[in-house]
Each structure stands twice: as C-alpha cells, then as structure tokens.
Design a protein around this ligand. Structure first.
Ligand code: SDX
Length: 427
C-alpha cells in the first residue's frame, strides 16, 4: 500500500504518493506539484531533496554507515580492491574470479593516452594546479575518443566508462610529472591499477621502480574510500551534465571542476594546509575558537558533513591506515599528532557536539598522502581519480533510468516586476 502525503495550499488539498526504498528515508513524489498547485518547492542546497533513485550507494548519516551495493565500506576497505569495487559499482554484484581478471585486463589495456594528448600538457605553466590540468585534459578526451561518445549505445557507454577509469591515473601522474619537470612514464601493464599509478608518478626512466606493497595496498584502500558517495555535489554535477546528453568525458570534466571546491573534494588539500598552519598542539584552541566564531569565515577543514551527523566511516578507516603506513614506513609526522589532538578537543567541545560535526574522509587523508610522497596540490586529483568510478557508475545509472529527463530546477523570483525601458539620455 502506498502511503500519501497531504498538502493543503491556496485553499485546495492535494495528495502526493510516498515512495519507500530498500532502506533509508521515504520520498514524497512531488512531480505533479507545480502542475496541480502552481507552486514550486524551495530547497537551496537540496538538503531535503532526492534527485533520483539509485542502487549504488547508501549512507546512513546518523549511524555513520556507508554501503556500496549493500557492502559496508569497512568490509570493502579491509577485504576488497579498488578494481573489484569499481566492478561492483559498474555492475550489480561482486565479480567472480574470472570476471575480475577480465575486468582488470580490460582496464589495463585502456591506460595509455593518445600520444597527442601529452602535448596538451605543454600548454600549461609548470605551476598549474593539477586540478586545472585534469579539468582540461579530461574534457579534451572527447576530442580523441569520438567512437565512445554515443550515450545511447550501451557498448560505447561501457568503453567510455572503461577509458575514463583507466586513463585517470595516467592523466593524474602526468600532471604531477609535468609539475616537477620530469618525463612522463608510460603505463606498465604488468602492474596493478594502483601499482601502475605509483610507478607513473614516482618512477623515472633512469632506473627501475619497485612498487612498495604496503604503500600500494594503502593507496588502493584510499581509492576505495573515495569511490562513490550518493548524490554529492560533484556526482550531482555529473548527472546534471549527463542529463543534457553531453558526452561522458565532458560530464566527468564537469565533476572534476565541482570536486575542486574546498567545501568538497578540495577539503583534503585545505585540511592538511590547516594542520600545518596550526603547527603545534598548543595552537589548536585558537583555531577551534576561530571555527566557532560566526564572524570568522574559517572552518575546520575535514570536519562536518551534509549527511554524516556521526563519525564518517571512511575517516575511521583512514586514521587506521595512517597508523599502519607509519608503522610500516617507520615514520611519524607531528602533523598527525596535531590532527589527533584537534579531533579530541573538537569532539569534546559543545559547539561541535551540538552541530554534530565529526571528521570526514578529508581530515586524515592528507596526512597519509603526504607521507607517501604526494604534494598537497595532488590530493584532490587523487580524489578525482578514485571518484571517477562513482561518477561513471552514477552517469550510467542516470542514462538508463526511465524517470530521468534533463535537469532544470526552477526558482523563487524576487527581482523587479516588469518595467518600461528608459533611454540612457532620460535616466
Ligand atoms: C566531501 O557530500 C558528500 O558526500 C561529500 C563527500 C564525498 O565523498 O563526496 O563526503 C566529500 O566533500 C566531504 C566534506 C569536505 N568539506 C570540508 O571538510 C569543509 C569543511 N566542512 C564544511 O564546510 C561543511 O561541514 C560541509 C560543507 C561539509 C557541510 O556543510 P552543510 O551540510 O551545508 O552544513 P552547514 O554549512 O549548514 O553547517 C551547519 C552548521 C553551520 O553553523 P550554523 O550556521 O548552523 O550556526 O555547522 C557549522 C556551520 O557554520 N559548520 C562548521 C563546519 N562545518 C559546518 N563549523 C566549523 N567548522 C566546520 N568544518
């Protein structure tokens, strides 16, 4: 039995069907609201709006739960690989052994870039932000791969999906190499997805590069943590771009642009910069006070979340991974101690407790990425590399959703009513 929501507006009553999912909040289907009432809903930031139906990822923000096709992020981070999670998000089920091997081979075979794209990098300044390069180069892919831009052809959609997932590590590694003035390295098909990325990033033609299995596993786990996350800002950007029929490369470039913002994927870079600015544990209270000050735009980067009103389960895994990598590398970093103390003090402060502000995925990620050797400027590029899997899976789901049409929100207009034009000489 479908429940209904009743709305009384302008003297008339209307019923709207309430739809239930597998788990999580019900939704009120208001698709007929404007036609029946002449009114729009108002929800800037979409805090109470479901934009689609999806089977990919579910977040319970109060419980700090994150599921990908029903599998808990902690289980996947502990037991799976990024390639297996990519397969899971692109298909309905975890792959059998042969399916996974076939998928990995397919992705591996798409990791090379068209040779002329390498020249694209030469147009950038050496100090160009890697995200500026990612936006440009990924958008340019549509100029090279015309044979996989027909979004109505499932085969072309899958080839474009595989190309995007496969080429992001190559594009990101090349952005790093260009920034440090080192030559690009071609992909090495004998390596894993993540091992290949590490070699293209930190290897040099002058000598062999040995992938450190501890780093490879830690980075692969970090990619898993960033793979997908419901209808976050950049995923919604990809879906909106895709709803117009734009080609997949353009849609992912749009997602990269949105992810760059410090309130979203740019927070991992901003969080580590903040931890360095704090510098020592004794300066933490000063920054907590600033974060609480309404007149100060400063926010604790890596803290808070639109959906999680509990601990981000990804942050839990991230913190554990920092400890594991530090132990394996026999390193430490005073910034990690600052982060741990900042978390402790913030989570015991009524401001953060009342507003349910907890560390999110970005709070610890910079500490470990820095320990692995990535410059801060590469952090969001790594987030984009991993989130491409989610963007591509969500894009495919949107294209095949019969309910989906071009996204076109309305507004509450509060500008001037119609008025007569006055020639400039009479103003
Ligand atoms: C990601 O959506 C996703 O799923 C994103 C993501 C993904 O995987 O795709 O999880 C990745 O983007 C993680 C979030 C990374 N961003 C940051 O760490 C930047 C710092 N955090 C904030 O800017 C903020 O918490 C947001 C943007 C993440 C969430 O903002 P909301 O949901 O719009 O909440 P809000 O801004 O309305 O804040 C609610 C209150 C406000 O106070 P009041 O106006 O109610 O008095 O909490 C305060 C805010 O001022 N607040 C903070 C804070 N975050 C929120 N105060 C201090 N420090 C913070 N970090």
């Amino acid at each position: 039995m479908t429940d209904t929501a009743k709305l009384s507006i302008a003297g008339s009553d209307h019923d709207y069907p309430v739809m239930s999912g597998t788990v999580g909040p019900d939704v009120v289907d208001i698709r007929k609201l404007y036609a029946q009432t002449g009114a729009f809903t108002y929800d800037p930031g979409f805090t109470s709006t479901a934009s689609c139906q999806s089977k990919l990822t579910y977040i319970d923000g109060d419980e700090g739960v994150l599921l990908h096709r029903g599998y808990a992020i902690g289980d996947l981070a502990e037991n799976s690989t990024f390639m297996e999670v990519a397969y899971l998000l692109l298909n309905d089920e975890l792959p059998k052994k042969g399916e996974l091997e076939q998928f990995e081979t397919t992705i591996t075979r798409h990791t090379m870039l068209h040779e002329q794209l390498a020249m694209f990098y030469r147009g950038f300044r050496r100090d160009a932000h890697p995200m500026a390069i990612m936006c440009g180069v990924v958008g340019a892919l549509s100029a090279f791969y015309h044979d996989s831009t027909d979004i109505h052809d499932p085969t072309q959609r899958m080839i474009a999906s595989h190309r995007l997932i496969a080429k992001m590590p190559t594009i990101a590694a090349m952005a790093y190499k260009y920034s440090v003035g080192q030559p690009f390295l071609y992909p090495d098909n004998s390596l894993s997805y993540t091992g290949n990325f590490l070699r293209m990033t930190f290897g040099v033609p002058a000598e062999a590069y040995e992938v450190d299995p501890v780093i490879e596993k830690a980075l692969d786990r970090i990619f898993i943590l960033h793979a997908d996350h419901e209808q976050n800002a950049s995923t919604s950007t990809v879906r909106l771009a895709g709803s117009s029929g734009a080609n997949p490369f353009a849609c992912i470039a749009a997602g990269i642009a949105c992810l760059w913002g410090p309130a979203h994927g740019g927070a991992n870079e901003a969080a580590l910069n903040m931890l360095h600015e704090i510098g020592t544990v004794d300066r933490i209270p000063e920054f907590i006070a600033r974060a609480k000050d309404k007149n100060d735009p400063f926010r604790l980067m890596g803290f808070g979340h639109r959906v999680y009103k509990n601990y981000d389960p990804r942050a839990t895994v991230m913190q554990k991974t920092v400890r594991e990598v530090f132990a394996a590398m026999k390193v430490s970093d005073p910034v990690f101690d600052v982060a741990l103390k900042l978390e402790e003090l913030a989570l015991s402060d009524p401001y953060f407790v009342e507003k349910k502000l907890f560390p999110n995925v970005d709070f610890y990620s910079g500490v470990i990425l820095s320990a692995i050797g990535f410059p801060t400027s590469m952090f969001t590029a790594l987030f984009a590399l991993a989130r491409t899997v989610g963007w591509v899976a969500q894009w495919n789901e949107m294209i095949t959703d019969p309910d989906q049409k071009i996204g076109r929100p309305r507004q509450l207009y509060n500008g001037p009513a119609e008025r007569t034009y006055v020639p400039v000489g009479q103003r």
